[in-house]
Design a protein around this ligand. Structure first.
Ligand code: PLP
Length: 383
């Protein structure tokens, strides 16, 4: 792949070639577990589909290219990809993570890996001093998520990368919300990029998948060793669906951003709305960093209602007709969620309110429908 190739071209072509057997332009779904060998050890690069499958392999190469990385690895879910990263660590190692974190990420860290002797610290990372205070000789990994869910906080990847380099610590960035079209953490100094492919990369709410992308060959070898040894791989049918999804990633995300902007601006002047959280707003506390490290600001928008009443928020999520009430994000269709009773219900009220998840907070995954219909839908529901 030529380095100069632009994003839209890479999304459609990188890692892909016509099927060598038939010339099929679309990568076939190689629905096979094993591969016939001509003699012992004499094969075409594929021995067993946990280790490598041609459809998955094509997707891994494509993902690496669109993240400006050298190596990609796909997993059965975003959390399975995270599981692989933490399995590179040893008992006694410590991890410093964003405190405003995807709930499932918090759960895998604290309920799965803490008992294996890995220690996790959760700090507010827009204050980089908070990271440096926690770093010690046992620190092996810094875990960043930006923008965060659902508060849309932005963390300065370059600044955190400088701290990681200085202390010889790996930096991993969960790039799910931004997508490779808007933000490339490897270019900003990260060592590992993680995606919940389930979201924007798949883009059509029909696949659960995760991915890791790296530049360093040693790191890649370790990731492939764990991917093969733990076996949390994705199937070829899902790899095909995601390859198809990525072909329109740049077009979809452009529209997600345009619609997100119009909706954030509409909410920002609506008399019933209190606060709007969208990094593209000049009033967003980390707007300048978002502008520096992202190409645009995405389609995730959160907001609160004046008076902060639970029943008002529940009314809005009930009254919308085009926005569907559902968890997840990043699909072509618009979704609406109520974090306090849905994704963050397990967190005690006081604790969730400290991070901004108040009773009236509503989160939108703005889709790529006609924005006038989305605005009319919200106008109706808010009135
Ligand atoms: C959904 C999500 C995950 C987990 O991914 P799954 O594919 O659901 O396992 C991790 N991080 C973020 C930011 C997410 O939105």
């Amino acid at each position: 792949m030529q380095k100069e190739m632009k994003f839209g071209t890479k999304a459609i072509h990188a890692g892909l070639e016509p099927d060598p057997a038939t010339g099929a332009i679309m990568t076939p779904i190689y629905q096979t577990s094993t591969y016939v060998q001509e003699g012992v050890g004499n094969h075409k690069g594929y021995e067993y589909s946990r280790t490598l499958n041609p459809t998955r392999h094509a997707l891994e190469k494509n993902l690496a290219a669109i993240e400006n990385g050298k190596f990609g690895a796909c997993f059965g879910s975003g959390l399975a990809a995270m599981d692989c990263v933490i399995k590179m660590l040893n008992p006694g190692d410590e991890v410093i993570s964003t405190n405003d974190l995807y709930g499932g990420s918090y759960r895998i860290f604290t309920t799965i890996f803490e008992k294996y002797g890995i220690k996790f610290h959760f700090v507010p990372m827009h204050n980089t001093k908070a990271i440096e205070e926690k770093i010690n000789a046992n620190t092996k990994l810094i875990w960043v998520e930006t923008p965060t869910n659902p508060m849309m906080n932005i963390i300065d990847i370059k600044a955190v990368a400088a701290i990681a380099k200085k202390n010889n610590v790996l930096l991993a960035v969960d790039n799910t919300f931004a997508t490779p079209y808007l933000q490339n953490p490897l270019d900003l100094g990260a060592d590992i990029v993680m995606h919940s492919v389930t979201k924007y990369l798949g883009g059509h709410s029909d696949v659960v998948m995760g991915a890791l992308i790296v530049n360093d060959e040693k790191l890649a070898t370790e990731i492939y060793r764990i991917q093969n040894s733990s076996g949390a791989v994705c199937g070829p049918q899902d790899a095909f669906l995601v390859l198809r999804g990525i072909k329109t990633l740049h077009l979809r995300v452009q529209r997600h951003c345009e619609n997100g902007k119009k909706i954030a601006e509409f909410l920002n002047t609506h008399p019933k709305v209190d606060k709007v959280y969208w990094p593209g707003l000049l009033t967003h506390p980390n707007h300048a960093i978002a502008k520096a490290q992202m190409r645009d600001f995405g389609g995730m928008v959160s907001f609160t209602l004046k008076g902060n009443k639970l029943e008002d928020a529940l009314n809005v999520v009930k009254k919308v007709e085009i926005f569907a009430l559902a968890e997840s994000l990043g699909g072509v269709e618009s979704l609406i969620g109520h974090p306090a009773t849905m994704t963050h219900a397990a967190i005690p009220k006081e604790k969730r309110e400290q991070t901004g998840v108040v009773d009236s907070l509503i989160r939108l995954s703005v889709g790529v429908e006609d924005v006038d219909d989305l605005l009319a839908d919200l106008t109706n529901a808010l009135n």
